[in-house]
Ligand binder design. Structure first.
Ligand code: ASP
Ligand code: MG
Length: 415
């Protein structure tokens, strides 16, 4: 018997019927003698509905009130789940974030967890209760309710698991694990039974949307064994089968000797590329260009600059497509006049495709197989960036799916 944290996403909590199924599943774990803490999301669509109501009233609603509002979604689903558990004959209790408490800083709508007080929860568990803790929310030092950013209940669950030293954090969701790539793009994509923490971190930051990136960072920081698995299976399937299903994010340094060199292909469509043309190749130029962009709170992803033989050079970088117009404004108004650049060249519709694998550390020629594969498909590479365990390319957005399919095949991920 051990302590497990279960997290159920919005789809898993999406209706009264589904909440009853979640309760049946938890009752099964509880009956086997395990201590269970559950962290639910709001019912699917609820957070959007609430935020939409506020925006109908005001285009720029106060962020403190937005957190007050958004946190109610999880409060409702948690209470409903506790009621469903009690109906199953399981003694259960739900707590809002501030009651635990889950302590956060005061950055409304994107707060960070500072600490979690586990005493009350441990007491309830010792009495045989299932404890339900609202995902996505916490409380700041002044007692204000905060939320952790969209998708934040993954992070809540992993943080609770870390604080309670749970044996495993199980993230139940509407997919049955982490795939070699998105099966909607490549039907042959396979579920990975294990993925290393570093690979998962890359996959999450490169556009695989299975887990919120901050939850993966948290899992890494506290070495929380985390499993992604389906909530849509029969809730009464054998515990043994359930405990080994899905994808386990592991922290083993060694192991995985037999595993593939490349584990997965991530992609993101929402990229835009901007080139500042003909800037003087002098010290401080990168800062003069990207300083004002950072000051405008715009996150820059890939950056490319060559040294020049002629005294001027082109400086390219990518941003999220949502930030494209804002970035162009900052460059035109502040940067171009200041650095005396010639002009901008823009590419609003690019995509990033990345191959990820810890095996890349010890194998050469991986990136070159990637480039060869893209060349054979006639796909032009606009930018390249590499790290120890990934290679990313920026390509025209209309070739993205073709690139992902070709790479999936070239690296034998369908086998
Ligand atoms: N309900 C929140 C959202 O929709 C948090 C979560 O689901 O993880 O973003
Ligand atoms: Mg989610």
């Amino acid at each position: 018997m051990a302590l497990f944290v279960h997290k159920y996403g919005g789809t898993s909590m999406g209706s009264v019927e589904r909440i009853k199924n979640v309760a049946r599943r938890i009752a099964k774990w509880h009956a086997a003698g395990h201590k269970i803490v559950v962290v639910p999301s709001a019912m699917s669509g609820e957070t959007n509905r609430l935020l939409g109501l506020a925006r109908e009233i005001s285009p720029f609603p106060d962020v403190r009130e937005m957190d007050m509002l958004a946190s109610t979604g999880e409060q409702a689903s948690s209470a409903l789940l506790a009621i469903a558990l009690q109906k199953e004959g399981v003694s259960a209790r739900s707590y809002a974030g501030w009651q635990v408490p889950v302590n956060t800083d005061s950055s409304y709508t994107k707060a960070r967890i500072v600490s979690i007080e586990g005493t009350k929860v441990q007491d309830d568990l010792a009495q045989g209760k299932v404890v339900v803790i609202t995902g996505f929310q916490g409380v700041d030092p002044e007692g204000n309710i905060t939320t952790l950013g969209r998708g934040g209940s993954d992070t809540s669950a992993v943080a609770v698991a870390a604080a309670l030293k749970a044996q495993e954090c199980l993230i139940y969701t509407d997919v049955d694990g982490v795939y070699t790539t998105d099966p909607r793009v490549v039907p042959e994509a396979r579920r990975l039974s294990q993925i290393s923490f570093e690979e998962m971190l890359e996959m999450a930051s490169l556009g695989s949307k299975v887990l919120q990136i901050r939850s993966v960072e948290f899992a890494g920081k506290y070495s929380v064994p985390t499993r992604v698995l389906s909530s849509l299976t029969d809730p009464l399937i054998s515990l043994e089968i359930e405990m080994s299903s899905g994808t386990l994010i592991n922290f083993e340094e060694d192991g995985k000797m037999e595993s593939a060199v490349v584990s997965g292909i991530a992609f993101s469509r929402d990229e835009a590329k901007i080139t500042v043309l003909s800037v003087p190749d002098t010290p401080g130029i990168a800062h003069s260009i990207l300083g004002p962009v950072a000051d405008a709170n715009i996150e820059v992803d890939m950056i490319l600059q060559n040294q020049s033989v002629s005294g001027t050079t082109d400086f390219s970088f990518t941003v999220n497509r949502n930030d494209f117009k804002h970035t162009v404004d900052v460059l035109r108004n502040q940067v171009i006049p200041a650095v005396k650049a010639k002009d901008l060249a823009v590419d609003e519709k690019v995509a990033k495709v990345s191959i990820v694998g810890v095996g890349m550390r010890s194998h050469v020629g991986i990136a070159s197989l990637m480039f060869k594969t893209l060349a054979q498909e006639g796909i032009n590479i606009k930018m390249i960036s590499t790290s120890e365990i990934k290679t990313s390319v920026i390509i025209d957005d209309k070739y993205m799916e073709l690139a992902v399919r070709a790479l999936h095949k070239a690296f034998d991920l369908d086998k």
